[in-house]
Design a protein around this ligand. Structure first.
Ligand SMILES: Nc1ncnc2c1ncn2[C@@H]1O[C@H](COP(=O)(O)OP(=O)(O)O)[C@@H](O)[C@H]1O
Ligand SMILES: [Mg+2]
Length: 233
């Protein structure tokens, strides 16, 4: 299958600090890619470059920004505006050809119809995250990027988020997400991108990462920590 998104040799420098040192990635339609690694590894930098919201110093991304949905960790929602008003605003900014239809479609897809007239500031964390995702999906992108989507959610909200993401993936949308929750990446990634210190240390499935570590008596999180340690991190 043709990849839906490819990145080759991405390098990003902030002063003399290298946040990414030659990271490559290839993503198939409908694939779920988990980006994991310690704080400061370069996860957010990678996602924002794939989204086109930052430029790499070196390397290339195969898609133009308009073709990639982007859900940053801190979304710029307007708390005093309702769910529907926020979606309308972003649909206009996205230059959706039919703003009303795009908004109705998103309200239905994210099951936010009954909250459409609620100010965003009054929503639960889970519902606010849905609005963020709805905005990322407005351009109807073949690939959606989510930066730590589950971090602020309780377990029930988290489960609903994953149901939603799995449905997107079944429908053919590729989803690339970062997470601190290694167990989540084990469950919901067909491909892992393990980053540490700006380098991609591993590509493959969670099962392949465990095989690389080579001991069967570790759970996935322990195997992951062992892997980083073996790689000098
Ligand atoms: N705008 C910026 N200016 C300077 N340094 C930055 C900036 N954004 C990220 N960095 C640095 O780049 C590295 C990677 O950051 P980030 O991509 O946010 O990591 P992660 O999301 O994995 O925690 C860190 O050392 C961070 O301090
Ligand atoms: Mg980050």
């Amino acid at each position: 299958m043709e990849p839906v998104l490819e990145a080759e040799g991405l390098v990003k420098r902030f002063g003399d600090r290298e946040a990414l040192r030659g990271v490559s990635l290839s993503v198939a339609p409908g694939e779920l890619v988990g980006v994991i690694g310690p704080n400061g590894a370069g996860k957010t930098t990678l996602l924002s470059i794939l989204a086109g919201s930052q430029r790499p110093d070196e390397g290339e991304v195969s898609r133009s920004p308009g073709e990639v949905g982007w859900v940053p960790q801190q979304a710029a929602l307007y708390g005093k505006l309702t769910v529907e008003e926020n979606l309308r605003l972003f649909a206009r900014l996205e230059k959706c050809p039919d703003v009303g239809a795009a908004v109705d479609g998103m309200l239905e897809q994210t099951q936010l119809g009954d909250r459409r007239h609620s100010p965003v500031a009054e929503l639960s964390g889970g519902n606010r995250q849905r609005v963020n995702i709805a905005i990322g999906l407005l351009p109807d992108p073949p690939v959606l990027l989510l930066d730590e989507p589950s971090t602020a959610l309780d377990p029930r909200q988290r489960e609903r988020l994953w149901e939603f993401i799995l449905a997107l993936s079944k429908g053919g949308t590729a989803v690339i997400y970062s997470t601190h929750n290694v167990a989540e990446a084990e469950r919901y990634a067909s491909q892992l991108a393990v980053l540490a210190d700006g380098e991609r240390l591993f590509s493959g499935s969670p099962a392949e990462l465990e095989q690389t570590v080579g001991t069967s008596d570790l759970d996935f999180e322990e195997a992951f920590v062992r892997f980083l340690h073996d790689q000098g991190h």
